[in-house]
Design a protein around this ligand. Structure first.
Ligand code: C2E
Ligand code: MG
Ligand code: MG
Length: 249
């Protein structure tokens, strides 16, 4: 119903290069303005949509609108970075998914190489041949793949080799615990960073809230940064203004 009554919208969360602090990518985040969902974010209503089978329609709405918006952003600003879209783990069980999303990219004349698909680590079903096949086909079509909320799931070393990922997104709970007295928590970021280096993956730290966290992550060699310290999620037009302000080229 919320789709028909146009109660969904998208916000855009900029992702910055840790060194230059220019915007290098942006993540689309879904919001629902239905009064019945007041106070509930996507972390609550997406799992509900997944368990009721409504997620496909919702995902499709997100792909169509995020790609349409992004194509406009590129035209107005000349932005060459990536658009990251969160996808439900259920899409990875659908062999038609790669062609479906490719079709939308083609419709808005967007090269697949500027699209990054974020899958939460917990959504990956280990050893499922369909999941691996769909991930490989997405890669083959030129999309890049990120493992979201990395560190919260159970990916083992040998699974990490199986998944054709380009990027690990360190979960924001680990960024929060960077300076925790509990060494078993504060060391996680460093460990994930090391793992990414071994597998030649890009690292994005989520939930960067302070300058202290940012400079620590930059020194560690973390590639990209996302968090309220540099920008909260913003509307498309604000994102356009921010690119014009922050990016020199
Ligand atoms: P996620 O993809 O890991 O997104 C990061 C979440 O952390 C976002 O919350 C973002 O607003 C929040 N965040 C990022 N940096 C900071 C920070 O510095 N401080 C604080 N306090 N929060 C920060 P949001 O928008 O509520 O999204 C929650 C989750 O819902 C997302 O986690 C993602 O898994 C899911 N989601 C959001 N949009 C979509 C969508 O369009 N489709 C699907 N399938 N899932 C979505
Ligand atoms: Mg995400
Ligand atoms: Mg995340």
């Amino acid at each position: 119903g919320a789709i028909e009554s146009q109660e969904f919208s998208l916000l855009y969360h900029p992702i910055f290069d840790a060194k230059t602090r220019e915007i290098v990518a942006v993540e689309a985040l879904l919001r629902c303005h239905n009064p019945g969902l007041a106070g509930y974010g996507p972390d609550k209503f997406i799992p509900a949509a997944e368990s009721t089978g409504l997620i496909k329609e919702l995902d499709e709405w997100v792909f169509e609108n995020a790609i349409k918006d992004f194509s406009a952003v590129r035209e107005t600003t000349g932005f060459t970075g990536q658009l990251a879209i969160n996808i439900s783990g259920l899409e990875l069980l659908d062999e038609r998914f790669p062609q479906k999303i490719k079709h939308i990219a083609d419709k808005y004349k967007l090269p697949t190489s500027v699209l990054d698909l974020e899958v939460t680590e917990t959504a990956l079903v280990p050893d499922n041949p369909i999941v691996i096949k769909v991930l490989n086909e997405l890669r083959h079509e030129g999309f890049s793949l990120s493992l979201d909320d990395f560190g919260t799931g159970y990916t083992s070393f040998n699974q990490l080799i199986l998944y054709p990922a380009d990027t690990l997104k360190i979960d924001r709970s680990f960024t929060n615990d960077l300076f925790s007295d509990d060494k078993s928590r504060s060391n996680v970021v460093q460990t994930i960073h090391e793992l990414a280096r071994i597998y030649k993956l890009r690292v994005i730290a989520e939930g960067v809230d302070t300058e202290e966290q940012l400079s620590y992550l930059q020194k560690l060699g973390c590639d990209w940064i996302q968090g309220y310290y540099l920008s909260p999620p913003i509307a498309k037009n604000e994102f356009i203004s921010l690119i014009n302000k922050v990016n020199k080229t």
